[in-house]
Design a protein around this ligand. Structure first.
Ligand SMILES: N[C@@H](CCC(=O)N[C@@H](CS)C(=O)NCC(=O)O)C(=O)O
Length: 240
């Protein structure tokens, strides 16, 4: 799956991003545009059931997006990809926080939100998506019953969680400058959280406060982000 860092640094490769429409790989496209490194974009389209096409299984064993290749490196998992690209290509540290303990709070915010994105927030959003989409897979006469049952679970399980998460992120964004780590440029936490907050806006707009909305708009207004959308193709989570 991977190779050693020294081998990776030595290879004079070109990054290939395997991009699935309206997916987490938008994060990676945005980062690549910000980094301004040459890359090759390979596009994949979701199937009629919204899953990834089988071709992605030829790239990595789980068949999910995003995946990158860079010389002999093949790497999946958006958090890992973001760390890898920053480590290798952000040589001036434009998208890094100052390290601990020089910048105690920014570093900790960056650490926290980087892991929180896929570890805590996105699973609830996926759960909500599943609860809402599963009824459509049932025979038409069963849909109202399944829809009502899952809707009840969604209200009891997901809604209270989403309200707490929405408030926590809103409170955080209200006290920092433009970016989660309180710096002047986005950091890995912002690249990770971008997709989560775009999907939060789409799936739970009632829990989204004004700072979160402004933050998503700020991301989507960035020239690099706009280029990423232009190149990546239609993206379901544009708000700005
Ligand atoms: N935690 C992984 C999640 C990867 C993932 O589930 N990707 C979705 C796209 S947002 C996917 O490939 N879905 C299609 C499928 O499951 O078939 C990451 O952050 O990269």
């Amino acid at each position: 799956m991977t190779m050693s860092t020294s081998e990776a640094k030595e290879s004079s490769s070109r990054v290939v991003i395997h991009h699935l429409n309206s997916s987490r790989s938008q994060r990676i496209l945005w980062l690549l545009e910000e980094l301004d490194v040459p890359y090759e974009l390979r596009k994949y389209h979701r199937t009629s059931t919204n899953t990834a096409p089988k071709e992605l299984l030829d790239i990595s064993p789980l068949g999910k997006a995003p995946v990158i290749t860079d010389g002999q490196v093949t790497l999946a998992e958006s958090g890992a990809i973001i760390e890898y690209l920053l480590q290798k290509y952000d040589t001036e540290g434009r998208f890094s926080t100052r390290p601990w303990p020089e910048s105690e709070s920014g570093w900790l915010y960056d650490l926290y939100f980087t892991h929180y994105a896929e570890g805590s927030l996105q699973p609830i959003l996926v759960r909500r998506y599943i609860f809402r989409s599963v009824p459509k897979r049932f025979p038409i006469f069963l849909r109202p019953l399944v829809g009502w049952t899952l809707g009840t679970f969604d209200k009891r399980m997901n809604q209270p969680d989403l309200e707490k998460h929405g408030k926590m992120i809103e409170d955080h964004l209200a006290k920092v400058n433009d970016w989660l780590a309180d710096g002047e440029a986005p950091t890995r936490a912002d690249f990770m959280m971008s997709f989560c907050l775009e999907t939060l806006l789409s799936r739970a707009p009632d829990v989204v406060g004004p700072h979160v909305r402004a933050y998503v708009e700020r991301i989507q207004q960035r020239p690099a982000y706009k280029r990423a959308v232009e190149k990546g193709g239609p993206y379901a989570y544009i708000v700005a």
